[in-house]
Design a protein around this ligand. Structure first.
Ligand SMILES: [Zn+2]
Length: 447
């Protein structure tokens, strides 16, 4: 927390008092280890339940279509879009089965979209295009973003086809699709700019049908309540908005100031309360109080135009967290100090915006620890939170962030369900500068 003296100078205390009136009661009972989905008449129990809840839930996986069972020594369960498997040889890790590969083994023989493209040397990665020499396929644009934001290689595996047109057997419509080892991506242009722009094909259902797996509903077990997010007190819905540049012209990473102001008006008019990252973490880790509809506003990269956004926030009596690239900040030291004095939070976004998982341990440590020291020297207190450049992190990066003394870290994407388990990669929601106000509202309300 910040010092009380500084808080008193701002309207923060009044907000804090009002918050006390709207504290969300913390449920007393522990979260269930098995739930029932009346939609399909099946249970989901641990170990799949936590994975399902925290890695995409209905949006990515769909509902369960059978009960967990053992096949070839693996515990497996089928969902509409995926099959989940627990791998004892990987410390019990949950993986999506390789249904993409399994279901296309015949198609891949004849369809040119599956023919590997051999390029030697492989072309360098570009922001919107990446070549995978492992399978000889490209991943580009919207599918690349979706793949990166929702778990990447570990979740979906490598691409095994190029993008191409395919008829969806479920609705008979033609979509632009791409196959991966563990999934099929389907582009829905009518959902552009929303979380439903790319959807996973119903591979779990297709596989179950092919194998003749019994998907009939089963009777609800007495100890399994109907699934509801409210059962999982430790999972808290907090909408953490991620912005980048501010100004014209609008682009994915640049939002015009008027649009930003319009979004703040919308949040205020629809009952949202902008809270600090400190409060969000306190709620998730310690059960601290939260308003009814909490939102956190974050800015990455410390670009010059964000100064104007901070003043718009000030006019709305709202605050944001600014994640600064300590070695390349366009916001000046004076501006950073003013932001802190105005009640904004300053976080670290590394020293040089490096790809942290890809660099050496010494350099990674400097990016994480020296950036913290430099920002502390400017604003007088060390930043409590870290945001991963490009949203990229691995175990070594998380370990460095912990060791450097941060209290938590933010991923770039991942939705709105905050949990203590995700303390070092809590999710955010990217706000593209291209969204309409309606699309923004849909993101905030429904993601
Ligand atoms: Zn960044």
């Amino acid at each position: 927390m910040r010092g009380g003296a500084r808080l008193l100078r701002h309207s923060y205390w009044i907000g804090a008092m009002l918050l006390l009136l709207t504290i969300v009661p913390s449920p007393v009972s522990a979260a269930p280890s098995m739930v029932y989905f009346p939609q399909t008449g099946h249970h989901v129990a641990e170990p799949f339940l936590t994975f399902w809840r925290t890695h995409g839930a209905v949006r990515l996986f769909g509902y369960p279509i059978d009960e967990a069972h053992t096949e070839d020594g693996l515990l497996v369960q089928d969902f509409e879009r995926v099959r989940l498997e627990q791998h004892p040889e990987l410390q019990g890790q949950i993986l999506l089965a390789r249904l993409g590969s399994l279901l296309t083994s015949d198609q891949a023989q004849q369809d040119p979209a599956f023919t590997p493209i051999r390029l030697d040397p492989p072309p360098a990665e570009q922001p919107d295009r990446r070549y995978f020499p492992q399978t000889g396929h490209f991943l580009a644009y919207g599918f690349k973003r979706f793949w990166e934001r929702n778990g990447g290689l570990a979740m979906f595996g490598y691409p095994i086809s190029e993008e191409h047109q395919e008829v969806n057997p479920d609705d008979g419509k033609t979509y632009t699709v791409q196959w991966f080892e563990r999934a099929r991506f389907e582009w829905h242009p009518d959902q552009r700019g929303t979380p439903w722009e790319v959807q996973l094909g119903r591979l779990g259902a297709a596989y179950a049908a092919q194998r003749g797996i019994d998907t009939h509903p089963v009777a609800q077990q007495p100890q399994a309540p109907d699934f509801s997010w409210s059962l999982f007190a430790r999972s808290t819905r907090i909408v953490v908005l991620m912005y980048h540049q501010v100004g014209e012209p609008a682009s994915r990473y640049r939002i015009p100031l008027w649009k930003f102001a319009q979004q703040l008006d919308w949040l205020r008019d629809h009952g949202y309360t902008v809270i600090s990252l400190a409060q969000a973490y306190d709620a998730v880790l310690n059960g601290g109080p939260l308003p009814d509809k909490p939102v956190v506003i974050t800015f990455d990269d410390g670009t010059a135009g964000q100064w104007a956004a901070a003043q718009v926030l000030e006019a709305h009596e709202m605050h944001a967290a600014f994640f600064i690239v300590a070695g390349h900040s366009e916001l000046t030291p004076d501006q950073l100090r003013t932001l802190v004095a105005q009640g904004h939070e300053i976080g670290s976004h590394s020293l040089t915006h490096a790809h942290l998982p890809l660099i050496g341990a010494d350099q990674r440590w400097r990016e994480v620890a020296a950036s913290r020291e430099q920002l502390a020297a400017i604003v007088g207190e060390p930043p409590r939170f870290f945001a991963y450049p490009y949203g990229e992190y691995d175990a070594a990066t998380i370990a460095a962030v912990q060791a450097a003394g941060y209290d938590g870290a933010l991923a770039a994407w991942g939705g709105t369900q905050w949990t203590p388990e995700r303390r070092w990669n809590e999710p955010r929601v990217e706000v593209s500068g291209l969204l309409t106000l309606e699309q923004f509202a849909q993101l905030v309300e429904h993601w």
